[in-house]
Ligand binder design. Sequence first.
Ligand SMILES: C[S@@+](CC[C@H](N)C(=O)[O-])C[C@H]1O[C@@H](n2cnc3c(N)ncnc32)[C@H](O)[C@@H]1O
Length: 292
Amino acid sequence: MRFLTTWNSTSAANSRQKETFELNSKSEDYQIETINESIYDHPKYYDLVFGADCAAEIKFILGCGNQYMKRPPQKFFEPACGTGRLLYSLAKRGHTVAGLDLNPKAVDFCNARFKRHGIEARAFVADMADFRVKQRHDIAFNTINSFRHLQTETAAREHLKCMGRAIRVGGLYLLGVHLTPTDVSPSETESWSARRGHLSINTHMWTKERKKGSRIERFGIQFDVHNPTRSFRILDELVLRRYHSKEMNRLIQSAGCWQTIATYNFSYDLDDPIEVDSATEDVVYVLKRTGR
Ligand SMILES: C[S@@+](CC[C@H](N)C(=O)[O-])C[C@H]1O[C@@H](n2cnc3c(N)ncnc32)[C@H](O)[C@@H]1O
């Protein structure tokens, strides 16, 4: 899956082991206790799967600050921050961070980690399409496709406008989106695994529904969790809005406060910007807050 690449590219950038679906399904083709719940309601497991190594993303975020801003960023903001794996990593480096997420369990997890490490808790529960912050930030990031959770054009535009109010003029918003290509078939499945001590998680994601004429796509996602006392599966569905590159460009323009100044793929290599075309899937848009 190349939403899927969102997840894939993060995994490629870190130590998670990518596996084929065939391998995964064969090895786990047995009765396993299954709970139908949001994977986001399980921050401990989410954080193990996605939080293992944020190095490439952190290097990219800091590098964009150096490359595209007049003064290095100090205040960082993440909408849809989840467990705060990136915020924590930046805070450890001494940066001022803040974030929001719709899921209270993820926010609690994020703030508890801040507290444990003596970092002032700064994440709050809010909808990224409808929020205000008291202070403007220098740079914001949303690296792994969370933006596509917003299911209407209005919500997506409102998000970009809210972000415009949250970031100072001249500041940046690094927006990672997995686009639907028009020239090639989109990727459909992806599996990977993560382990810490006795806890291991095999993850699989697949396309469930992609209807012609609809911007909404449905993906199945499962976490198979194994520890010495229990094995179980968390089964969830993610509903995401799709974007072609032209639709994304129009949307960004329509918010009226962002200019795309560079584009990269999910390898987060600042020396290797990309041209987005109809075959492109992974894009990180470097958006600059304009004066308007
Ligand atoms: C793929 S996770 C990404 C989390 C985090 N950004 C990261 O990189 O690990 C997507 C997150 O988006 C959050 N989310 C979904 N819709 C949202 C909304 N409307 N406003 C705020 N957060 C939202 C979910 O709760 C989830 O934590």
